[in-house]
Write a protein that binds this ligand. Structure first.
Ligand code: 5GP
Ligand code: ZN
Length: 117
């Protein structure tokens, strides 16, 4: 399930410290160590999956829980704050840690920086 060489697996096992925001059976939500917005969390699957492209039907509970955690996190935001969820998959898409994770970002409009999807 976990990979001894992986930094996020070490965080999940509490071998490396992190600021935990939320924990479920399938997911650990932590603060990003280099936040790119006032709120910047990382949702880590408690299973070492390289990225979304490597998930299988066996991972359905892990993937569903990511979505449910997003809903829980959204309820902690002040007022009517919007939020972004995003996932980089593969080096060419900007992924730097090879363990499936979603970014949860709020308090900054990413599109004002020139991003356009
Ligand atoms: P990626 O670039 O793979 O989409 O996102 C990896 C994220 O993990 C980056 O935003 C980076 O700041 C964050 N990160 C890398 N190492 C650590 C760490 O040891 N602890 C925490 N909390 N975040 C980390
Ligand atoms: Zn891992």
């Amino acid at each position: 399930m976990l990979n001894a060489q992986c930094i996020f697996c070490k965080i999940i096992q509490k071998q490396i410290p992190s600021t935990v925001i939320l924990e479920t059976d399938h997911t650990l939500v932590i603060k990003d160590i280099y936040p790119k917005a006032p709120i910047h969390y990382l949702l880590l699957t408690k299973k070492h999956i390289e990225h979304m492209g490597h998930a299988t039907e066996l991972d359905a509970a892990h993937l569903a829980d990511l979505g449910l955690c997003v809903a829980k996190l959204s309820k902690t935001l002040p007022g009517t704050n919007g939020f972004n969820t995003l996932s980089n998959n593969g080096r060419s898409a900007g992924q730097s840690v090879d363990h499936l994770h979603w970014h949860f970002i709020s308090g900054k409009n990413l599109y004002e920086g020139g991003l356009s999807l």
